[in-house]
Write a protein that binds this ligand. Structure first.
Ligand code: DQA
Length: 143
């Protein structure tokens, strides 16, 4: 069975209460349940992790190299700052799909740059929780 690592970056544990006008009312658990349903239907295994710590995310990606066939990641705020996460993805060679709930290009200027997009196979953004579901389906088709 193919294995996919799902990483949710900082502050995504607060989804549902966090800036609902931007991120909606869906909780992280509801997103994870939706991902689980797709995985079950498509017969892939998921490991889902949320972390607020850049180094932990770097460690997870480094260790994922020979264990997972694909990576679905919402790097959250680290999207715009983390050379370390970008380099970890490049070094791992894991097929990666980047997702965002919001359309980062229609928001503040500091969100317009993603350091992760150049090392991702593709990026899906702006569809709320559906960005994750579309991203997972695309990733399953690729691996
Ligand atoms: C986000 C967008 C980022 O700019 C922000 O820092 C987040 C969430 C999104 O999913 O829309 O935490 O990645």
């Amino acid at each position: 069975m193919k294995k996919i690592l799902v990483i949710h970056g900082p502050n995504l544990d607060m989804l549902g209460q966090r800036e609902p006008a931007v991120y909606g009312r869906t909780t992280l658990k509801q997103i994870n349940d939706g991902l689980g349903k797709i995985a079950k239907k498509k017969k892939v295994a998921l490991k889902i992790i949320q972390s607020n710590h850049e180094g932990k995310i770097v460690d997870l990606i480094g260790k994922a190299k020979n264990k997972f066939h694909g990576l679905l990641i919402n790097p959250a705020a680290y999207t715009h700052t983390s050379v370390a996460i970008r380099d970890a993805i490049a070094a791992s060679g894991i097929i990666t799909i980047e997702v965002h709930l919001s359309n980062i290009y229609s928001r503040e200027e500091f969100r317009h740059k993603s350091l992760i997009s150049p090392v991702a196979k593709g990026t899906i953004l702006g569809f709320g929780p559906k960005s994750y579901f579309l991203g997972l389906e695309a990733l399953i088709d690729l691996i």
